[in-house]
Design a protein around this ligand. Structure first.
Ligand code: ASP
Length: 324
């Protein structure tokens, strides 16, 4: 058989088998790749939704943490994974900022992924180690400007939400600080609690309990309005950083060309997860507001991703921040 014929027969067989495999899907464990360290905000979202998804899909949904390079290592792993529904990807705003930040991104966030659905939208908080001298945003800005060679800012690498938020903060106060990258903001939070780093911007998913326990200081939330779980904390806008606004949307993806029946089953399982009482309660406590079910769809996630790429790319380009 010629190579051309062989390719045609293989394509036909795959086409023929596709719907059958998709019908039986899933028949084995499903892995959600989280591109940051265990115990952090993205990981928390993934572990919460994996439990009810396991129930709906009747197959275990497990989490694999593939941290590094601001989420791009995990993204690349999933972009190159088989499109069979057994390797999924849970990421956030970083999926839309990476193309502007990395000159040589080895994947395309839109073309190499099949969206499954949006999950939630989470505010961020600007926080500091407990004994940091500044007590409010005004004092923080004055202190940071006067001590810029001493103060450092933790993040989860170039492309993370913490990086974007920190970059916006530095640009708003026109002061560059030394940044300290981690594989995720879980280890960064450990160092903030231990006093090894000074400042961080991170999702409420990771900061709420530490703020409430007064183990870290908080200067503001990144949403346009104050949030119910931290009512005394001002927005960064009202505290003095005019128009400062970042909200972190999480989405679930599969590799490109994953069969539609498989995507449909995953969207259905994701929607079940967003209706689950434990997910609703924990998301509520962490202020990780679940999206309405009509947004937990492939179309809504695709639209959101493209809109976020269009929103952040010019801002990042203007800031002139790049990785090679
Ligand atoms: N919140 C982190 C960030 O994007 C990532 C994480 O650890 O989940 O900065």
């Amino acid at each position: 058989m010629s190579l051309k014929n062989f390719a045609a027969v293989t394509a036909f067989l795959l086409m023929d088998m596709g719907p059958l495999c998709a019908q039986n899907y899933p028949t084995k464990v499903i892995t959600i790749v989280v591109p940051f360290a265990a115990g952090g905000p993205t990981d928390t979202v993934a572990r919460l939704v994996a439990v009810p998804m396991t129930k709906t899909l009747k197959q275990q949904v497990i989490i694999e943490n593939v941290g590094g390079a601001g989420g791009t290592i995990g993204a690349n792993r999933v972009a190159k994974a088989p499109a069979d529904g057994y390797t999924l990807f849970l990421h956030h705003i970083g999926h839309s900022t990476a193309p502007a930040l990395y000159r040589k991104l080895p994947y395309d966030p839109v073309k190499d992924f099949e969206p499954i659905g949006l999950i939630n939208e989470v505010p961020m908080t600007l926080v500091a180690k407990k004994d940091f001298p500044a007590n409010d945003l005004k004092e923080l800005v004055a202190y940071v400007k006067a001590n810029k060679d001493k103060v450092n800012l933790a993040n989860a690498g170039l492309g993370a939400a913490s990086h974007l938020c920190g970059m916006l903060f530095m640009s708003a106060i026109q002061t560059d600080l030394t940044t300290v990258p981690y594989n995720g903001t879980a280890p960064a939070m450990n160092d903030l609690l231990g006093g090894q780093v000074d400042l961080m911007c991170d999702q409420t998913t990771n900061t709420t309990s530490q703020i409430k326990a007064e183990k870290i200081k908080v200067y503001g939330v990144t949403t346009a309005k104050r949030i119910a779980s931290l009512p005394k904390v001002p927005t960064l806008d009202e505290a003095g950083l005019k128009s400062f606004e970042v909200t972190v949307g999480h989405g679930l993806y599969a590799p490109k060309s994953t069969p539609k029946p498989v995507i449909d089953k995953l969207t259905n399982a994701l929607q079940d997860a967003l209706k689950d009482n434990n997910v609703k309660q924990r998301f509520g406590e962490l202020r990780a507001e679940p999206v309405s079910l009509d947004r937990a769809t492939p179309q809504a996630l695709q639209k959101h991703l493209i809109a976020e790429i269009d929103k952040w790319s010019p801002i990042i380009k203007k800031a002139g921040v790049y990785a090679d």
